[in-house]
Design a protein around this ligand. Structure first.
Ligand code: URA
Length: 434
């Protein structure tokens, strides 16, 4: 076989056999196939697409390019959630302990902030002592003890994706549904999950800007995952506005803790509990999503989920005492406030612009190698639909210095739109695919 023939076939719109895809992926990971040939193949896929069978084969080959976690000794269904990323998205910290309290085992491998979206690992690392690099024995021990683990991807998991994603990033080939499907699913399946819930976000702060694009991705994830024998549910959710009131690393963990105590913002509670309930359905704990939802609520109300959250923090090395002492208090030193410039209703808060303001505060990163600040960020005191009087505070900014704070206030002025009448109600949960 020759790589050039495989590239030509895909360029001409033909489908590739398992053997051809295997030759390409194995050859690329071993270094026999150079970047320039892989780039050309990726661009051919971008234009010609892939059949569902090819997408499944590519996913399986990528998954098997490295280590696959063996968590079969754990009791209880293994189910994870994956979000395509957004602004203020801290649902993992809420749904993982809730699902664990209901009997699900959650082996969650997460990522870091990049561009306007935040990263689960950066948020967890804002907690003193919390460790996200874990060995297989520790993963098993922590899951046995607390029912969930949130960890970073090791070098040994899906090396094909690490290499291919870096290449896609610089060759304008990220936005391809089959390539995104294989990239996301291969990593999730390598964790050993039997069931998966996808939160496919759409809107200004999402990777997929339109409902059409998000639906195509959700459908592809569901059909490919199901063809590989997994129970998959995708939920399309709106990411026009930041989720919840906090954007920033420590601020977001703190807000998740408020939700676990039953005091969280409505939008964040709704999305988190919907996703958690679908995890129970994907794991076979409940057959009915309404019953699953009330079971999840019960675990918040009876304090079990918040107890598990603290147990997990401790098991992963976090300093629980430090967290409880600092929650609601630990803030970057320079504060500023965005005030309403007139009386009126908040019409919208642009998620993308809020995400970019948080990057300028150092809470996110524009390049993969940049460090992040743990305690900078934005906290909304008012959200869309609220009536505010001139001079009333809309959001607080926590920055490293005054210049950074003033700059973020100017960015947030742009992100918040005011109007004289209440805005139309938003649909947060757009569609479900299973
Ligand atoms: N996230 C991933 O993990 N892979 C993609 O291809 C796109 C988003």
């Amino acid at each position: 076989m020759r790589a050039v023939d495989i590239i030509m076939k895909k360029r001409n719109g033909e489908s590739l056999s398992y053997e051809e895809l295997s030759f390409l992926i194995e050859g690329y990971v071993s270094g026999d196939i150079p970047d320039y040939q892989m780039s050309s193949w990726l661009m051919s896929v971008y234009f010609s697409g892939m059949t569902p069978r090819e997408t499944g084969d590519l996913t399986a080959l990528m998954m098997r390019s490295g280590e696959v976690l063996d968590l079969s000794s754990l009791e209880g269904p293994l189910v994870d959630k994956h979000s395509t990323g957004g602004v203020g998205d801290k649902t993992s910290f809420i749904l993982a302990p809730v699902a664990a309290a209901c009997g699900i085992q959650v082996p969650m491998m997460s990522g870091r902030a990049l561009g306007h979206t935040g990263g689960t690992l950066d948020k967890l690392e804002s907690l003193k002592g919390y460790r996200i690099h874990l060995e297989q024995e520790e993963i098993l021990r922590i899951m046995e003890q607390t029912g969930y683990v949130i960890m970073g991807q090791t070098e040994r998991i899906v090396p094909a994706d690490r290499k291919m994603y870096a290449l896609r990033d610089v060759t304008a080939t990220v936005e391809s549904i089959p390539l995104i499907t294989a990239s996301i699913l291969s990593k999730k399946l390598a964790e050993g999950a039997q069931g998966l819930v996808f939160d496919v976000k759409c809107g200004s702060g999402a990777f997929m800007k339109t409902r059409e694009q998000a639906s195509l991705l959700a459908e592809s994830l569901v059909s490919t995952g199901k063809a590989m024998g997994r129970r998959i549910i995708a939920v399309l959710t709106s990411m026009e506005e930041p989720l919840g009131c906090a954007v920033g690393n420590f601020l977001e963990v703190e807000e998740a803790w408020e939700c676990l105590g039953g005091r969280g913002p409505e939008d964040l509670m709704e999305i988190s509990l919907t996703l958690a309930s679908r995890m129970l359905v994907a794991g076979g704990i409940c057959t009915d999503s309404e019953k699953a939802l009330s079971l999840c609520r019960e675990k918040i109300d009876n304090g079990e989920a918040s107890r598990i959250f603290l147990e997990n923090m401790e098991a992963q090395g976090g300093d629980v005492e430090w967290f409880l002492e600092n929650t609601g208090r630990w803030r970057a030193p320079a504060g500023a406030v965005l005030e309403a410039d007139r009386d009126g209703y908040i019409q919208s808060i642009n998620a993308y612009e809020t995400g970019m303001a948080s990057v300028s505060l150092g809470a996110g990163r524009s390049r993969a190698e940049d460090p992040v600040e743990p305690h900078t960020g934005i906290r909304f005191l008012r959200k869309s639909g609220d009536f505010v009087k001139k001079g009333e505070a809309v959001c607080e900014i926590f920055a490293l210095n005054k210049e950074q704070a003033d700059n973020a206030v100017a960015q947030m002025e742009h992100a918040v739109t005011m109007g004289e009448t209440p805005p139309a109600a938003v649909t947060r949960i757009i569609r479900e695919i299973f």
